[in-house]
Design a binder for this molecule. Structure first.
Ligand code: MET
Ligand SMILES: [Zn+2]
Ligand SMILES: [Zn+2]
Length: 434
């Protein structure tokens, strides 16, 4: 690509990054309007599906020469997580390009507006070079990934529109890699978001007694911390990878007599702050991630018996709970070896574009890929960002402009390889003709 077309690609990336699609109030309308223009410029057909009111899912198509072949789906989400703007060096929706370092700062620069735009840029380049795919190539821009996908990919995979696409393989997001090698993911941990509530006897703050809500809850916190340490130790010792253990983190703690913000802001601490009450209720929120290999029944037993026993006046409720198995009762895993011809194509395509793939891993967090794997489709998580610190959901999320541009070339190679029909190669899983 010429320097001027590279500069244009960077500008388009920045334009997408500047659209504030942060949860919990993403501007989906602006994102879809922008992306529809980009799709038109890339010569793609566009449809907007509204599977939930106000949550548009943009579906693009690059028609193949042989539309009866299984298609390729390139997925990305349009929403991003919230940020604390005053703690960033550049405002999170400025997409500021730091001239000294070449870094583009924005919420979504890694997770995952980069990938969505790279798909489109790669297609523009392949088209202008005269390439025509054999298979249909679909590109989806989906809402609500960051809040669980319940009004995004979850209903999409069950829709009539999705079935009509005859998808054979899905690509979705991966993670940045601080080293030379790109990371690639063949499975992921299932998200369990859990609240545990304690009740207990209220009383004077000076009194030592058993069975207060705080005491009941803190015993739970201690038990969870011991379990957390045991899992983390396996990672620290190198015995297991991050994606192979159960992670548990405290998302929030809530208890006590609320102190009015007004009093805090006026610094009336001494006159207004009440601390001599032991509360009758206390609550903790947990983010738990469960690997596909986990012994789920054992974990559930631990929860009922150790973390939230009713004997200690505790109750629990899941806010998210995804099975680690697919709809056929098997761990939701995409083979990443020579038994899967898609894998071989992906590996070769990255290599021939000058990239190196690391050993395939289990994604430690969660992505929309899990919904595709759940219905039995192969899906790989991949975001071409090497030499890049992992900053998703962090302050000062950035991507170097050269890494971004390099990623476009990687996708050119991948899309070309996956879109081209290879005679004599069969897909064992789906029995579909590759
Ligand atoms: C619980 S849905 C997953 C949201 C987000 N991608 C995460 O991993 O935290
Ligand atoms: Zn993401
Ligand atoms: Zn995310």
């Amino acid at each position: 690509a010429s320097p001027s077309s590279d500069a244009d690609a960077i500008s388009r990336f920045q334009e997408y990054l500047r659209i504030d699609t942060a949860q919990p109030a993403p501007d989906y309308a602006a994102a879809v309007a922008f992306l529809r223009d980009q799709a038109a410029a890339a010569g793609l057909e566009a449809r907007t599906l509204e599977l939930a009111a106000g949550k548009p899912l943009l579906l693009l198509r690059w028609p193949g020469r042989r539309p009866s072949l299984p298609s390729i789906l390139l997925n990305s989400h349009t929403d991003v997580v919230p940020s604390e703007p005053h703690k960033w060096d550049h405002p999170p929706f400025s997409a500021a390009l730091d001239e000294a370092t070449g870094r583009i700062y924005a919420r979504g620069s890694q997770d995952m507006k980069c990938v969505g735009m790279q798909y489109l840029e790669a297609i523009r380049r392949l088209r202008s070079a005269g390439f025509v795919p054999d298979r249909n190539i679909y590109i989806t821009f989906v809402p609500d990934e960051e809040i669980g996908g319940h009004e995004g990919v979850e209903p999409f995979v069950l829709s009539k529109e999705f079935k009509e696409l005859n998808v054979g393989l899905v690509l979705d997001e991966g993670l940045a890699s601080p080293g030379e090698e790109y990371r690639v993911f063949y499975a992921e941990r299932s998200p369990w978001w859990l609240t545990i509530k304690a009740k207990g006897a209220p009383g004077h703050g000076a009194k030592l007694y058993d069975g207060s809500a705080m005491e009941n809850l803190m015993k739970t916190v201690e038990a969870i911390r011991r379990f957390r340490t045991s899992q983390f130790d396996l990672v620290k010792s190198g015995e297991k990878a991050e994606g192979d253990v159960v992670s548990v983190n405290f998302a929030y703690l809530k208890a006590g007599t609320p102190t009015p913000t007004l009093l805090i802001s006026k610094k009336l601490w001494y006159t207004g702050f009440v601390m001599n009450l032991q509360p009758s209720e206390a609550e903790v929120g947990l983010d738990i991630r469960v690997p596909p290999s986990a012994h789920v029944e054992a974990l559930e037993r631990r929860l009922v018996e150790e973390w939230a026993p009713s004997s200690r006046n505790l109750t629990f409720e899941f806010k998210q709970k995804m099975s680690v198995l697919d709809n056929f009762g098997k761990p939701a895993i995409t083979p990443a070896d020579s038994t899967n011809p898609w894998w071989l194509l992906l590996e070769e395509a990255v290599k021939s574009a000058g990239g190196k793939l690391g050993k395939p891993e289990i994604f430690p967090a969660s992505t929309d890929a899990r919904y595709f794997r759940q219905i039995g489709l192969p899906a790989f998580g991949f975001s071409p960002m090497a030499n890049t610190p992992i900053l998703l959901h962090d302050h000062n999320e950035f991507l170097h402009k050269d890494e971004y541009l390099k990623g476009i070339g990687i996708y050119e190679s991948i899309i070309k390889a996956l879109a081209t029909h290879k005679d004599g190669v069969k897909d064992d899983e789906s029995r579909a003709e590759l």
